[in-house]
Every structure is written in structure tokens, then in C-alpha cells.
Design a protein around this ligand. Structure first.
Ligand code: GLN
Length: 474
């Protein structure tokens, strides 16, 4: 076979199953590409293919190798969550989801670059330098799963795992012209994921197409006794087949913000709505009166949880330990030296919001807003099958362009955060270009409606016919 890395993961898995492709040869082809990566997409690449990879032809994921965001613990393999404080940390165990995928036939190819502790929208907060966007290497690939997105878009990995707390799978997928699925909260075990905000963090696939997203996700789900918030998905995840959207209603939020949104993004969003109608679907308006408070609530809740989760990094148990005279000084210096500026900002925001005098005013109120947002979606889904928006207000921006303006960066998650707060599944698919850079289309559905979301995304994907080749040139 000529260039085996040109195949989608599903095509490669099928070729392995029929004996037309050897899984070790496939692994080696990707290994060589990942090792030669010039986008800083990887923090670690496997040195050899796993033993016996070629002998296991019957596995559902076909031996197709997987790139994994740095924050998933992988036994004996650096797992640093993009942070200097975890430099050189080699976990003694592997995250449940990585283990499940390896058992289903997706062995670990590489670890990918990310924003430090998944805090960011551009991958510029990584202690290991930014990953670059293969469509234009002077631009960010989105974040925080920027390395995973860059790797899949460039074709140096067939598929990848990311995590999404407020948009970190969907937004980088949109920025790099690939597919990203943020599953229903709880449907994938978080055990072994280095935590950012535990009530929001969720693992999901970044893939070249919707079929690959469905295939990978189908082996990720399930209850894990080691994550008390995980549960069995009520449905078996199927590969999508829909060609039409007859009988389905797609809701556009009535107060969808278009001010400050790239005109190309708005134009592509409107074109995709027309395609929905051509495929037999209906466009309706939905009211999500509290969604506009999502970003504000998120930037209280996520930092609050982060400040608690990150308290464990004190120089005693993991990674970096600063030299000091006293224990307290050692804690302080380790955290001072080990955390980057965005992480420190979030810890300060979070501890402030949780402090006794302010708990009710900030944390308590943000929790109430979160509940109201979840109720908004419940009400909306009584009348529509999906809620649609652009994935992100802008296309990939230039490196450094927003670095001095954290608030501008936070607003990039305007369309993704409310869905995260409600715990719902949502997919981003590429729906065109603006200034030669990819735009993303987001489809959200009720909890555990992944099969329906994937099917609708698949029908649209065929109709859009997005050309990803410009991302494959880097
Ligand atoms: N960009 C958002 C943040 O910085 C979301 C990150 C994420 O989903 N991990 O918090």
C-alpha cells in the first residue's frame, strides 16, 4: 500500500482486518511522521511498535495507533499536563480510557502538547512551547488540546484523545479543520486524567472525520468503579449512516451573539443552516436566556475547582521540587517556579471565590447560574433535537495576538462553555473556510444523545465536503 497515513482510522482498521495492511507497518509509518513533526505537537513519541501488534487482527480498533493528550497518565511515559511542575513525572499507572482503547486495538503512539493543566484556548500556555497550526504555522492550533488537534490535522497521527472542560476539544478541532466530540459528562472515565475542573473535565476524540469519532468513542465509554461520576452509556455507540435530516429540528439561540464574531464564521454558519434545510431538516429558534452568563460562571467555577485540584502539587509527591531551607519555603518555591502565569491566575481567582467571605457571593451564585443554564437546555430540547452555533467566534489567530489579554482569550469559548456547564454532548465539524482558515460548526444534543449527534454530523459532513488537504502539508 502506498501512503498508509492517508487512510482514515476506520479505513486503516478495515485494511488491517482484511489483511491488506500490517498493523506494525502502520504504526511505524505514523511513528516516523510523529518523530519528524515540526509543529511541536508532541511531548513524547513511542520508540517502537508494541510487541505482537501484527498478531491481533480481530480487534475492533484494528491496531490503529493513538496520540494522547499529555494530561492522561500513561505508565512509565512522561505525563506532564503541559506543566513544568510535572516535568519528568512518570505515572505508575495508566488512565482507564487509554487502557480501554489500547485493549480495543488503539496502542499509544505519542503524547501531545497542551496548555498547562488544560487552561487555555491557544496552546500558548504550555510550559513546553506552543504547538503550531498546520494550516498556517504562524498561528495557534487552538487549545487546550492543541497538540492533539495539530497532530490529527497534519496527518502525523490517525486520531487523538483530548479533554474538554469548557471547549478544549471542540475549539482546537474547529481551528484545525478536524472533528472533535465532547461527550456527555460521565460517559467516559476520568480516572487517570490529571484534573483541571472535575465537574466539567471530559475526555473525547479528535479525528479526521465523524466516522472515526464514532468508532473511537464507541470504545471509550462505560462505567469505571474508579470514577464515581462515570456511568454506563444507555446506548451502544454505532457508526453513523444518515444521509438525510428529515424530521429533525435544529435550534439556533435567539440571542446568538454575532457582534465580535468573524463575518466569515457567521457566513459559513448561515450556509450550513441552508444545507440542513436542503437535507430535510428544520431550523428553529430556541431561547437560552442564561447562556450568556456561561463564561462568567465558568470563570468562577473552573478556577475554584482548579485551585483545589492543584493543591496537591507541592513538591512532595510529584515532579519538580525546589531547594529550600524549610518545608513551607519548599512548597512556596516549588509552586512559584513550577506553575505558569495562567495557572497562578486561576489559583488566585479560585481561592478568592472559595474564601469564606465570598463563597456565597461568587461560588454559590455561579453554581445557581450553572443550574439555570442546564434548565435552559432542558427546556430547549423539549422543542428541538439539537442546538447549533458556530464552534468558536474566530478562526485561528496569530501566535501572541491575544497573549496579553486573558479576557479576550476567555471569550473564545463563548459558544462551547454553556454546553460544558450543562454536561451535554456536542460535536464540532469543519464547515468551510474564512480567510483560508477552517471554521467549525457545533451541534449539541441532550445528555447521551451521541448517536443522534454523530448521525446528524455525518449527514452534514457529506453535504459540506470539506477539503482538509491544506492542513496536511505541514
Ligand atoms: N479555554 C477554556 C479555559 O481556558 C477551556 C479549557 C478546557 O476546556 N480545558 O479554561
Amino acid at each position: 500500500m502506498s501512503d498508509v497515513t492517508a487512510l482514515t482510522a476506520k479505513q486503516a482498521a478495515d485494511a488491517v482486518a482484511t489483511g491488506d495492511l500490517d498493523a506494525t507497518e502502520l504504526f511505524e509509518a505514523y511513528r516516523a511522521k510523529a518523530a519528524a513533526d515540526a509543529l511541536n505537537a508532541y511531548t513524547w513519541v513511542a520508540e517502537t511498535a508494541p510487541d505482537g501488534l501484527s498478531d491481533n487482527k480481530g480487534l475492533p480498533l484494528g491496531g490503529v495507533p493513538l496520540a494522547v493528550k499529555d494530561l492522561f497518565c500513561t505508565e512509565g511515559v512522561p505525563s506532564q499536563s503541559g506543566s513544568k511542575i510535572l516535568e519528568g513525572y512518570l505515572p505508575p499507572y495508566t488512565a482507564t480510557v487509554v487502557e480501554r482503547l489500547a485493549a480495543a486495538g488503539a496502542p499509544l503512539l505519542a503524547k501531545t502538547n497542551q496548555d498547562e493543566f488544560a487552561m487555555g484556548s491557544s496552546n500558548e500556555n504550555s510550559a513546553y512551547g506552543p504547538a503550531l497550526n498546520p494550516w498556517d504555522t504562524t498561528r495557534i492550533p487552538g487549545g487546550s488540546s492543541g497538540g492533539s488537534a495539530a497532530a490529527v490535522a497534519a496527518g502525523s497521527a490517525p486520531w487523538a484523545l483530548g479533554t474538554d472542560t469548557g471547549g478544549s476539544i471542540r475549539q482546537p478541532a474547529a481551528m484545525t479543520g478536524i472533528v472533535g466530540l465532547k461527550p456527555t459528562y460521565g460517559s467516559v472515565s476520568r480516572y487517570g486524567m490529571i484534573a483541571f475542573a472535575s465537574s466539567l473535565d471530559q475526555a473525547g476524540p479528535l479525528t479526521r472525520d465523524v466516522t472515526d469519532a464514532a468508532l473511537l468513542y464507541s470504545k471509550m465509554t462505560g462505567r469505571d468503579p474508579r470514577d464515581s461520576t462515570s456511568l454506563e452509556h444507555p446506548e451502544q455507540i454505532a457508526l453513523p449512516t444518515a444521509q438525510r435530516l428529515d424530521g429533525l429540528t435544529f435550534g439556533v439561540p435567539s440571542d446568538l451573539q454575532t457582534e465580535g464574531v468573524d463575518p466569515g464564521v457567521v457566513a459559513r454558519f448561515e450556509e450550513t443552516q441552508r444545507l440542513i434545510e436542503e437535507l430535510g431538516g428544520r431550523i428553529a429558534t430556541v431561547e437560552l436566556p442564561h447562556a450568556k452568563y456561561g463564561v462568567s460562571a465558568y470563570y468562577v467555577l473552573a478556577p475554584a475547582e482548579a485551585s483545589s485540584n492543584l493543591a496537591r502539587f507541592d513538591g512532595v509527591r510529584y515532579g519538580l521540587r525546589a531547594e529550600a531551607e524549610t518545608l513551607l519555603e519548599m512548597y512556596t518555591k516549588t509552586r512559584h517556579d513550577g506553575f505558569g502565569p495562567e495557572v497562578k491566575r486561576r489559583i488566585m481567582l479560585g481561592t478568592y471565590a472559595l474564601s469564606s467571605g465570598y463563597y456565597d457571593a461568587y461560588y454559590g451564585k455561579a453554581q445557581r447560574v450553572r443550574t439555570m443554564i442546564a434548565q435552559d437546555y432542558n427546556n430547549a430540547f423539549a422543542g428541538v433535537d439539537f442546538v447549533i452555533t458556530p464552534t468558536a467566534p474566530n478562526v485561528a489567530w496569530k501566535l501572541g495576538e491575544k497573549s496579553d489579554d486573558p479576557l479576550a482569550m476567555y471569550l473564545e469559548d463563548l459558544f462551547t462553555i454553556p454546553i460544558s456547564l450543562a454536561g451535554l454532548p456536542a460535536i464540532s465539524i469543519p464547515n468551510g473556510l474564512s480567510d483560508n482558515l477552517p471554521t467549525g460548526f457545533q451541534i449539541a444534543g441532550p445528555a447521551f444523545s451521541e448517536n443522534k449527534v454523530l448521525d446528524a454530523a455525518f449527514a452534514l459532513e457529506q453535504a459540506i465536503g470539506f477539503d482538509a488537504s491544506n492542513g496536511r502539508t505541514a
